[in-house]
Design a protein around this ligand. Sequence first.
Ligand code: AMP
Ligand code: MG
Length: 483
Amino acid sequence: MTVGWHFDNTYSKLPKSFLENIKPVPVKDPKLVILNKNLAEQLNLDFSKFSEIDLAKIFSGNNLPDGSETIAQAYAGHQFGHFTMLGDGRAVMLGEHLDKDQKRYDIQFKGSGRTSFSRSGDGRAVLGPMLREYIISEAMHALNIPTTRSLAVVSTGEEVIREQMLPGAILTRVASSHIRVGTFQYIAATQNPDDLKTLFNYTIERHYPEIKQSETKALDLLNLLMKKQCELVINWMRVGFIHGVMNTDNMTVSGETIDYGPCAFMDQYHPQTVFSSIDQHGRYSYNNQPRITKWNLARFAECIIPLIDKDEQKAISIATETINNFEKLYEEKWLNMMRDKLGLFSEDKEDKNLIFELLTWMENNKADFTNTFCNLMEIQSIKDPIYQNEEYLNWKTKWKKRLEKNNTDKEKYLELMRSVNPIFIPRNHKVEEALKDASEGNLETLNKLLEVIKDPYKDNNMLEEYQKPMPSKNGKYQTFCGT
Ligand code: AMP
Ligand code: MG
């Protein structure tokens, strides 16, 4: 009886300085909390013949499958601007699995025990934050945003010491790879030119084979990563997602969103929104995300300077010029994304003003980010009296005038709007409610929420309660680093 693993491990074959060979630390009494059957199917894995007990052994790492080669990866990172040597301190990669189209996925256990990179940490993770990562990453996937995925969560039967004792858990994370900007920073910091070459070629082979034959591979890689990360952050901006901890170790070279810790979706529109309790200066606030993306890309560029040109000064000036294109690239793409949100075809010189007028109105009136676009799409279940506001109605008149320039029928622009404006996001209070019930052993609320966020763009007037922003009586929503 097999699950169908098709391991083909390549990262574990890289030089010893890249990783540690280590097994997950077995846990006492693993229990399966949730298994992502859709994702399993997509990966050509079949868990249907296994008992819950066996599944718990598989997803806790207590039973390691044939062909796995478990490793912890080394990486570094700028955390809130400060450089630190890090590495997988509480995660172990099981291996690289190939699906039937030979697409490669890292399968990783998060919360699997101490490694040589654990520093003072216990190597463990807590049930609530692991389920939270499961919910938000699956929501992001359904929103068509590149992201790591979540295959399963098991509880470990062990308690984890935080401010209080909490139930331990392990998340099985699936990623197109776990190579981070911080991986390049780690290798660059070791100052071994051969290792840098190895990581560089490995990354290109795995993620950007189209530039393999190029004469300017390093510059091409920088440009490709910049494009990917620019698109990613614009996607975040599109749905009001705030990552919360955009350290360079939490930025992948694949362009997938990774590490769902203190992230959250914004309700009321405010450009400086921050949820994370530790982000006191708003470094990772909603509107700062593109700026930080550029900052992180500059850190990446620094690592590959020796590969851009043998002449260091020349390489620096080429890299600087490239990175400085970020704003222009971002602005153009952001504007187009906002045009899509408003159903505007082609370009009009007044578009930018029209967009900023709406955003200013939203900010001044504390309008809900998601629901404002739902109102524009005439979603009937959005009944907030705020949308009778005179200023808003005046703006709408201007917008309608601009829509006339589309020269298309209404259905055409609504179709565009429906493809980019979610109706359902994982609302903060709904996520909290699901986690609370799950912690008490009731998974119904969680499963219902997962059902809703699976189809975020489809109107469903039976699900009105999932559209409402968090009640203001709940106070300001705060998130904590998901340990
Ligand atoms: P994160 O905030 O999850 O991006 O983690 C930042 C760094 O801290 C990574 O190197 C993690 O492996 C490490 N880390 C986080 N939590 C723990 C823990 N409980 N035990 C050991 N290392 C941890
Ligand atoms: Mg991280």
